[in-house]
Write a new protein. Structure first.
Length: 330
């Protein structure tokens, strides 16, 4: 009997100790969000404009959240692979998506099955900004102005435009250019911006819509010639380049917009926390300097509610662009 009591007391001590550790673990995980690392998925390769902005934002959010944020690049299928991963993740705020116009608003109209619905499967957190596109040709091209390109494109066979892939913003911009001015430019899709840009720099294709961040260094080095900015106003990065409208050429102002979302069903307090920290980071001098350097245009979309309204309007707008152009993606 005495041995039994000793064994019982020993086991009770162990049980109490384990219970204490368990309660401590619960206290750590049930504290105010976040209590651990946050993963931000970028659905494109590293070193592109989406990746660069995502890393700048996550760096700015670290101090406000009090936890590290890590960027996880999951490229493929025009951004669908990374976006679908986040859509299927737990709605706890620890897996987020830093997306662009493709996965957040366009792909749902381009693909038969993108693997997610951007309006049903995501919780909008923060709008970041938009980078306008600039139409460029190789510096060796005989085309020197936008009106000159329009005239040639209406009658000359064999002119081409490159894109980063079927359904990308620069693909749709090229299709809208053909439709708006009656051009006959042939689409040449690539698997990403880098190979398309390489062939443009090699004068293998006639023209390309490029985001101003990617295009600016090559314009300033004299390798590319800008013909017009496809936006409502001139870019701060390329202030000497006139817009399409300034030159009397219709434009859809098809830039690339960026934002932060999470899986559907995020708790309100988590959304508000992430949104507030993101907005604080976006307004720091360091982030504003990054925006100015990279040509990001900002707006008054500064709450999760406003961002949700913006996404709904953008999905409908791009759905019409896809319908009019007849663009498809596999």
């Amino acid at each position: 009997m005495r041995n039994f009591l000793k064994l019982f007391r020993a086991r009770s001590v162990v049980a109490c100790t384990l219970c204490t550790f368990a309660l401590a673990a619960v206290a750590q995980t049930d504290g105010p969000f976040p209590t651990r690392l946050v993963t931000v998925v970028v659905p494109f390769t590293a070193a592109g404009p989406t990746d660069a902005l995502a890393r700048a934002l996550t760096q700015g959010m670290r101090q406000g959240l009090g936890q590290p944020l890590v960027v996880d690049n999951r490229p493929g299928a025009g951004g669908n692979i990374g976006a679908a991963h986040v859509a299927k993740s737990a709605a706890d705020g620890y897996t987020l998506l830093f997306g662009s116009s493709g996965p957040l608003v366009i792909n749902t109209s381009l693909y038969k099955n993108a693997g997610f619905d951007p309006l049903k499967d995501f919780t909008p957190i923060a709008y970041v900004g938009e980078i306008p596109n600039v139409l460029v040709v190789n510096a060796a091209s005989s085309l020197r102005t936008l009106p000159e390109l329009v005239s040639h494109a209406k009658v000359q066979e064999g002119l081409t435009y490159a894109s980063s892939g079927n359904g990308s913003t620069n693909h749709l911009a090229g299709e809208m250019f053909n439709r708006n001015v009656g051009a006959k430019l042939m689409h040449v899709p690539y698997k990403g911006t880098a190979p398309a840009l390489n062939d443009l720099l090699g004068n293998q294709v006639t023209m390309m819509y490029l985001d101003v961040l990617t295009a600016a260094p090559h314009i300033k080095s004299g390798k590319l010639r800008p013909l017009g900015v496809a936006a409502a106003r001139r870019s701060t990065v390329l202030p000497d380049v006139p817009t399409f409208r300034e030159q009397g050429v219709p434009s859809m102002d098809l830039g690339v917009a960026f934002g932060l979302v999470g899986p559907a069903g995020l708790q309100k307090d988590v959304v508000e926390r992430l949104g507030a920290v993101a907005q604080a980071a976006l307004h720091t001098p360091e982030m504003q300097e990054t925006f100015a350097r990279q040509g990001v245009e900002t707006s008054a979309i500064d709450t999760p509610k406003k961002y949700a309204d913006y996404l709904r309007a953008q999905v409908e707008s791009w759905r019409e662009v896809v319908r009019v152009t007849g663009a498809k993606a596999d």
